[in-house]
Design a protein around this ligand. Structure first.
Ligand code: NAP
Length: 533
């Protein structure tokens, strides 16, 4: 059984079916698509280029599909996902409108017994958690929200019929990737838009545009080789030359020319890949951060607003680097204002708007929360995952998520996690990571079958060594300097642990392959009768 009918769940159906297994996915939404089903806010678009952000498992699929723009919009990506589901006949194994409430591993039966919110019970040998990393929307616990007379929305729970902000006074709280994408569009509709910013975020121009025919032709001619080359990079995204030099080895004029060319090119990987050490050396990073701050100062006319928008509390790239289309220029519009809620926090939502700690009031007709998600662990923490041997996932992860390779959790046999904490997923082209994980899981299940085995779980030792390694790698970078969702910092009370593996997709994939080749090193494989005996 598979939890989730997004990009991961759908590929898992396809891949596991090929093993001759009976497979079924359970999806909370009323349609497939996961992230791309839910996040329908104005301007929602992927910030990885379409030719990269797509499945690679079927050559004809990647040849046939035509992406109209450099970066896919949410409706376009959802259309693509639906096309894939029909093309590979996946839909018949997805049960929609079904939220999973609990999952209990019955040790004696060697089965997962999963219950849905409506009381249905599903029994399965293997449970694949493909529930997403950014799928648990979070509205901060502001006092008074229930009294607000206007309408409010969260980016990740957007109404399917769309929202008309025409003529309204709108407030947007949050300036992460979602906020940065929606703000320029809402600004064009609203009579006035007030953006409530707690932390300024770095954003680079996406330079979106129609797909260039020649670029597409060339990319498709070399698709397989390009996918293979992408797998040899830290972000699983190809096409960017590997940097060879520290930022500090270049003279300032040379450096600025390099940053300028990346700025013009558009895209975040390109920029962060300008030098070898932008994510590990603070002095090097300062040069890249300052370049962008100066760009912001140049784009935003009001210098007080520009300074507020210029991030100073974290190195560029240590929070997810945003891509935008005219984000900073939006603050030059007469109907847009920026309010700093770091120093004057939101105290409460009122009937007519919101009130800050200083007592300042902002009148609003509509309020948008672009406030993010309970990232990486939220979806699994919402399910009561236990075993009849007494393990409970919420307790196991009380001090932060523990996994081996981000794929499995000790004491929870036969439960796989797709792109979970401890894996590089969220730091990569996500579909590449999904395919790599699902392929690894399918190979592991096939291996068990071939050897008349039916149970796999990581040893506690392999798990704790991997978690230690994940932390060590993170500590050798600048990432822990930011209060990011990678650190659980956006959720009050969540343990501050760096969750993704930032050693790179290339190294990680190699490690996963070695582990499998060495007979699933660090895992205990068994036949449950033997275990029971
Ligand atoms: P996010 O990056 O977590 O940003 C949430 C924003 O809300 C932050 O600015 C945060 O401020 C603010 N916020 C949260 N609680 C607040 C409070 N109580 N008061 C004031 N401000 C508050 O969430 P997101 O923008 O939805 O993005 C999440 C992730 O989804 C991204 O990092 C990315 O991986 C993915 N995503 C990708 C795309 C894309 O591909 N283009 C688009 C959208 C999302 P602080 O920074 O101070 O916490």
């Amino acid at each position: 059984m598979i939890v989730g009918g997004g990009l991961a769940g759908l590929y898992a159906i396809h891949r596991l079916r090929k093993l001759g297994l009976k497979v079924r996915a359970y999806e909370a939404g009323s349609g497939i698509g996961g992230t791309w089903f839910w996040n329908r806010y104005p301007g929602a678009r992927c910030d990885v280029e379409s030719l990269e952000y797509s499945y690679s498992f079927d050559e004809q699929l990647q040849q046939d599909w035509k992406w109209p723009e450099r970066y896919g919009t949410q409706p376009e990506i959802l259309k693509y996902i639906n096309h894939v589901a029909d093309r590979f006949d996946l839909r018949r194994d997805v049960q929609l409108d079904t939220r999973i409430k609990s999952a209990v591993f019955e040790s004696k039966a060697n089965e997962w017994v999963v219950k849905t919110e409506s009381g249905e019970e599903i029994r399965a040998r293997y449970c694949v958690m493909a529930a997403g990393n950014l799928s648990t929307p979070r509205v901060p616990d502001f006092k008074g929200l229930q009294d607000f007379k206007g309408k409010w929305y969260h980016s990740g729970l957007w109404p399917h019929e769309g929202v008309d902000f025409g003529g309204l006074k709108v407030g947007v709280i949050g300036t992460g990737s979602s906020g940065v994408q929606m703000i320029p569009i809402i600004a064009q509709q609203a009579s006035h838009l007030t953006v409530f910013q707690r932390t300024a975020n770095f954003s680079l121009p996406a330079r979106n545009g129609p797909m260039e025919a020649e670029r597409e032709r060339q990319h498709k001619a070399e698709y397989a080789a390009r996918r293979a080359a992408a797998a040899e990079t830290p972000f699983a995204i190809g096409g960017y030359p590997r940097p060879t030099q520290s930022a500090l080895e270049a003279a300032q004029a040379e450096r600025d020319a390099a940053y300028e060319s990346k700025w013009q090119e558009g895209g975040s990987i390109s920029y962060l890949y300008a030098y070898t050490d932008l994510l590990v050396n603070k002095a090097s990073n300062d040069t890249a951060s300052e370049f962008v701050r100066n760009k912001i100062r140049g784009m935003v006319k009001d210098q007080r607003t520009a300074e507020l928008l210029a991030p100073k509390d974290h190195p560029i790239g240590t929070k997810r680097l945003c891509l935008d289309t005219h984000y900073y220029e939006t603050y030059n519009r007469p109907n847009v204002s920026l309010v700093d809620v770091r120093f004057d926090a939101i105290q409460e939502i009122t009937e007519t708007g919101l009130r800050l700690a200083s007592g300042a009031e902002h009148e609003l007709d509509a309020l948008v929360f672009a406030t993010g998600f309970d990232a990486m662990t939220g979806a699994l923490r919402e399910i009561d995952v236990r075993t009849t041997d007494g393990a409970a996932l919420r307790e196991h992860w009380e001090g932060g998520p523990l996994t081996y390779l981000g794929l499995m959790v000790s004491s929870f046999p036969n439960m796989f996690v797709v792109t979970g904490p401890g894996s590089p997923g969220v730091k990569t082209q996500m579909i590449a990571s999904i395919e790599q994980h699902v392929n690894w899981i399918a190979d592991a299940i096939e291996h068990l079958g071939k050897h008349q085995l039916d149970r796999i779980e990581p040893t506690p030792r392999a798990e704790s060594e991997w978690v230690h390694h994940v932390n060590q790698v993170a500590d050798s970078t600048l990432y822990p300097l930011a209060n990011s969702w990678y650190m659980g910092a956006n959720i009050p009370g969540k343990p501050r642990v760096f969750m993704p593996y930032v050693g790179g997709f290339d190294r990680y994939k190699k490690r996963c392959d070695e582990v499998a080749a060495e007979g699933y090193e660090g895992f205990t494989l068994s036949r449950h009768e033997t275990v029971a005996a």
